[in-house]
Write a protein that binds this ligand. Sequence first.
Ligand code: MG
Length: 336
Amino acid sequence: MDPGLIQLDQGSGGRAMHELIDSLFVSAFNNPLLAERNDSAVFEIRGGRLAMTTDSYVVDPIFFPGGNIGSLAVHGTVNDLAMRGAKPLYITAGFILEEGLDFGDLKKIVLSMAEAAREAGVQVIAGDTKVVPRGKADKLFINTSGIGIVPAGIDIGGQNARPGDLVLINGTIGDHGMAVLCKREGLAFENEIESDAAALNGLVDLMLASFAGIHVLRDPTRGGVATTLNEIAEQSGVGIRLFEEALPVREDVIGACEVLGLDPLYVANEGKVLAVVPARGADAVLSAMKSHPLGRASCLIGEIVSDDPGRVFLRTRIGGHRLVDMLRGEQLPRIC
Ligand code: MG
């Protein structure tokens, strides 16, 4: 591997990407908001607080069971705002199109972006279009940025986890990554695996209404639940214990992961939220989650501890403990 050339794993969401971000981007742009390394940056303006985020989408294939690159772009950006407790308001969309892209495909994608935006209650208020010669991009790439308002009294971020907090999730893990991968590789299982991609702002609203003191919300996208929990453990300087028997994984996702040699803990989700909640609020938040269509299968999967700061351990079914590191290498390029 030539260290002078960018490698695929530097976009994986895992360790190599974090090293690139820290050593180049965070140090070059050097400001406290970026250095927080949260899903969106929250800043004050005239007495109110805004959240701002951006994301690029290069998923292959552009259509997959449960969504497409357009709906995914809206969902992902809405979710990165919701993960700070912000109410998403406006989105921008930049399109990089490859010469020869089918116009019907582009129209379908844009219409599903519009529908996803309507459902999430956001408007796409600015955009950009570029076309590059055939072969210089792959069909289309989309960049979306989003802005939202953070209500007073809400303070949610990866740095806020405390020992004694509980870790909740709103359903099964690994669905999005396996849906995209099975479609890309042409793998057919008995039932088609569908992506979980969805806008989570409505669910987050209910959670915060039930208990406003939630410490952390984060969507376990690239790198999966394992990598996202490692980020939280590092940001907060705490340890995290996951309970293996409590981890919700669909049977077909387990089967597909076994065939492909993947661990669902590292597979991307696009409609899941990890919530770190003080124990006194956990029951209220969990029942609020279960009352929402995107949270029927919500459950408790772990706890925050003071031992092993910066590390995540899995308490296995037989009572052992296994270190769960950040994703290393690139197992699933172009998953989002
Ligand atoms: Mg995120």
